[in-house]
Design a protein around this ligand. Structure first.
Ligand SMILES: C[S@@+](CC[C@H](N)C(=O)[O-])C[C@H]1O[C@@H](n2cnc3c(N)ncnc32)[C@H](O)[C@@H]1O
Length: 322
């Protein structure tokens, strides 16, 4: 089958928003290419890094491609994506020059090629992400495996915003914890939380593609009894009327959200309310230029920042409800 590949040249900062625009415009898949720096020293204490091939994308920039099936009005998609991208400046997100190109590609060119670069990855001391199509044996009894086929949803574990969450979760989760994962994507953090000892996770996402991907991955890991996946705009499922339908008992001890800073700022009070006192909020997806704004908002809402984790240009906060 031939697909239309729409590529937008933008900034790392705008990647998540523009990927969402492409999904919402009907893309059957979205790929993201960011600057690759293979000369940079890597922390190899947790195992081997699988290098991805160098590209010509300058630091701080990114190329996002959406794949549209035949029959989609690509001119209409371009107009929509251009308008929504231009609006990002109102939210203080710089999308760069945001030039768009379109070409025809065959399905094999994009649907499977990326798989060769997604290898088992020891992402923290105890967690390893294993693509379903790879063979891998844990090196010790302590090592826990997250089986994953990310499909079209965000969350392979290789993005700094995801690995920051998995690493910080490892320090926070205690046996039997109940957790809420906001913006679950492929379900990777919900699965990771269970592997670290959580007894129940409520995994929420606004995007039906993410909901079905998280459902598949939950099954792959045999965690259907522990993870409940619900289509929800942020924590709206917890609002009056639908509380009874969720698997976790409120307030919970841990909330994790790997969502953009702009979105994190919208629902800090709701997270505060959903947490026990002394409970933890892991907030990730924060580009470095929004670090201060998010920190101030967390503190103003009554959180104490107990850890600030950084990887590349991304920041994650571990905040404790006072
Ligand atoms: C950066 S991805 C994170 C995926 C995964 N949790 C991870 O850490 O790799 C952000 C996710 O948030 C979801 N999202 C964005 N806005 C949302 C909203 N208002 N309510 C719920 N989910 C949302 C997106 O659909 C996407 O799956």
């Amino acid at each position: 089958m031939i697909w239309k590949e729409l590529t937008i040249h933008t900034t790392e900062e705008a990647v998540e928003m523009i990927s969402n625009f492409l999904h919402e415009a009907g893309a059957g898949g979205v790929t993201i290419e960011e600057h690759v720096d293979n000369d940079k020293p890597r922390d190899t204490s947790l195992g081997q890094w699988f290098e991805i091939p160098p590209n010509d994308i300058p630091e701080g920039e990114a190329k996002i491609s959406g794949y549209f099936p035949e029959g989609v009005d690509i001119e209409e998609v371009i107009t929509q994506v251009k308008e929504r991208t231009a609006e990002l400046r109102e939210y203080d997100i710089d999308p760069g020059d945001a030039t768009i190109t379109v070409r025809d590609v065959s399905e094999d060119d994009w649907a499977n090629n990326w798989k060769q670069y997604f290898k088992p990855l020891r992402v923290s001391e105890r967690l390893t992400i294993k693509p379903t199509w790879e063979q891998y044996e844990p090196e010790s009894a302590e090592e826990r495996i997250i089986e994953l086929d990310p499909g079209m949803a965000f969350g392979t574990g290789t993005h700094p915003t995801t690995s920051l969450c998995l690493r910080t979760l490892e320090g926070i989760i205690r046996e039997g914890d109940e957790v809420i994962d906001v913006g679950t994507g492929s379900g990777i953090l919900a699965i990771g939380a269970c592997r670290l000892g959580a007894s129940k996770v409520l995994a929420l996402d606004l995007d039906p593609v993410a909901v079905s991907s998280a459902t598949e991955n939950t099954k792959l890991n045999g965690l259907e009894k522990q993870i409940q996946i619900v289509e929800s705009d942020l924590l709206s499922v917890l609002k009056q009327g639908s509380k009874a339908a969720v698997n976790v008992q409120l307030p919970v001890r841990v909330v994790v959200a790997n969502i953009l800073a702009e979105i994190i700022l919208l629902f800090i009070e709701d997270v505060f309310e959903a947490l026990q006192s002394g409970g933890y909020y892991i907030a990730s997806g924060i580009y470095k230029n929004k670090e201060q704004a998010v920190e101030e908002a967390l503190v103003a809402a009554g959180f104490e920042i107990v850890q600030t984790a950084r990887e590349e240009d991304w920041v994650a906060f571990v905040a404790r409800k006072r």
